[in-house]
Design a protein around this ligand. Structure first.
Ligand code: FES
Length: 106
């Protein structure tokens, strides 16, 4: 189990070895910006890795294509960038993602 700390909120997510970050965040009551529910097509879940990039899974060609399509929007953002719905990790990480918050209670 790895801990992913999300800045600037300071919220944390526990991510199992086979979990994707987005799914783990939702399962733990966080709202992570996205529009496709984890399908890898909206690219709204994109994040910057600040620490622990060496723990992350290798991006698939599908993820790399998606990131390339929004590269112009990511100028000036810390690198590497990843899609939260595609990212797995084997160790602790610190990432930057605006808009992550506790989901409202039902
Ligand atoms: S949730 Fe849509 S691309 Fe990741």
């Amino acid at each position: 189990m790895a801990t992913v700390t999300i800045l600037p909120s300071g919220l944390t997510v526990q991510v199992g070895e086979w979990d994707h970050l987005l799914r783990a965040a939702h399962d733990q009551g966080l709202r992570w910006p996205n529009m496709c529910g984890g399908g890898g097509t909206c690219r709204k879940c994109v994040l910057s890795v600040l620490e622990g990039a060496d723990h992350a899974s290798q991006p698939t060609s599908f993820e790399l294509q998606g990131l390339a399509s929004i590269a112009h929007k990511l100028e000036g953002e810390p690198k590497p960038v990843r899609l939260a719905c595609m990212l797995r990790t084997k160790g602790d990480m610190v990432v930057k993602k605006d808009g992550v918050a506790l989901a409202p209670e039902d």
